[in-house]
Design a protein around this ligand. Structure first.
Ligand code: SAM
Length: 252
C-alpha cells in the first residue's frame, strides 16, 4: 500500500504537471525552440529515452509494457512501433490529452491505451516490462523502493527506471534552482545514492526475484539522471492472473 508521503507527493506532482508546468512541459517535449539550458535538458532526456529503449527488445510484438508516468508519451510511441501493447498512465489529464493529440499512426500490431491515474494501480494488470522514466525522481527513496516493489510484483521481465544521483554538482544545481521564482519550480527532486537505493531494493521482498542488471548515467548540462534495469531472474511467487505472454529466458 502506498504511503502518506507518496500520496502527498503525487498530489503535488499532479498540480505541477497538470497546471503549473503544462506549457513548459509541452514545449520541452516538442521540437519548438527552447532556451540553451532547456536544450541541454531536452538532449539529456532524448539520450535517456534512447538508453531505456535500447534495454527493451527490438521486437515487442505481443509484449505488454507499462509506461509509468508517461507524460506526453514519447517512449510509449517508440515501444508501440516495436509492436508492444502499451498501457501509458499519468496523473496529469492534460498531459494525457496532449499525448493523445500527438499520437502518430502506429503501423503493425502495437497499440497504446492511455490512462489517467496512479502508476501503482493494481487494476492495470501484469506486464512484461515497466518503464518509469523520470517519474519517480520526485519521491523519497523509501517511496521509490516501495513503488518499485509494487511495480515489480506485476512484472515478468524488467522494471526500468531513472533516479537522480546524489552528487555535489546536483546539490549545487538544486541550490541554484531555489533562486528561480517559486511558481517556476517543480516539487523538489530527491537525489539518491546508488548504495542507499541498492540497500532499499534488497530489503523489498517483492524484488527478491530481480537482479540489478544494468545502470547508466546521462549527464547533459542541466539534466543528470541514472537509468537502472531490474530484471527478473526468478519466477514471480504467485500465478499469473491474465494471459499476457512471458519473456523468453527470464521466466521458467
Ligand atoms: C518528469 S515527467 C516524465 C514524463 C515521461 N516519462 C517522460 O520522460 O517524458 C514525470 C511524469 O510522471 C508523472 N507522475 C508522477 N507521479 C506519478 C504517479 N504516481 N502515477 C502516474 N504518473 C505520475 C507526472 O505527472 C509527470 O507527467
Amino acid at each position: 500500500m502506498a504511503s502518506a508521503s507518496y500520496d502527498a507527493r503525487r498530489g503535488e506532482l499532479t498540480t505541477y504537471f497538470d497546471r503549473t508546468a503544462v506549457e513548459a512541459w509541452s514545449r520541452l517535449t516538442s521540437d519548438a525552440p527552447v532556451s540553451r539550458i532547456r536544450a541541454t535538458v531536452r538532449a539529456g532526456r532524448d539520450a535517456m529515452r534512447a538508453t531505456l529503449l535500447s534495454w527493451l527488445p527490438a521486437d515487442m510484438t505481443g509484449l505488454r509494457l507499462l509506461d509509468a508516468g508517461c507524460g506526453t508519451g514519447a517512449l510509449s510511441v517508440e515501444a508501440a512501433r516495436r509492436g508492444a501493447e502499451v498501457v501509458a498512465i499519468d496523473v496529469s489529464p492534460t498531459l494525457i490529452d496532449l499525448a493523445r493529440e500527438r499520437l502518430p499512426a502506429i503501423p503493425g500490431a502495437g497499440r497504446i491505451d492511455f490512462r489517467v491515474g496512479d502508476m501503482l494501480d493494481p487494476a492495470l494488470g501484469r506486464f512484461d516490462y515497466v518503464v518509469a522514466m523520470d517519474s519517480l525522481i520526485h519521491y523519497r527513496a523509501a517511496d521509490i523502493a516501495r513503488a518499485l516493489a509494487a511495480l515489480g510484483a506485476r512484472t515478468d521481465g524488467s522494471v526500468l527506471f531513472t533516479v537522480a544521483p546524489r552528487t555535489t554538482l546536483l546539490t549545487v544545481m538544486h541550490a541554484a534552482g531555489k533562486f528561480f521564482p517559486r511558481g517556476d519550480r517543480s516539487p523538489a527532486i530527491v537525489p539518491v545514492t546508488e548504495r542507499g537505493l541498492r540497500r532499499r531494493i534488497s530489503s523489498e521482498r517483492a524484488l527478491d526475484g530481480f537482479a540489478w542488471s544494468q545502470s547508466h548515467r546521462i549527464n547533459s548540462g542541466f539534466y543528470l539522471s541514472n537509468a537502472v534495469a531490474l530484471t527478473r531472474a526468478l519466477s514471480p511467487p504467485s500465478p499469473r492472473k491474465n494471459g499476457s505472454p512471458s519473456v523468453p529466458g527470464v521466466r521458467s
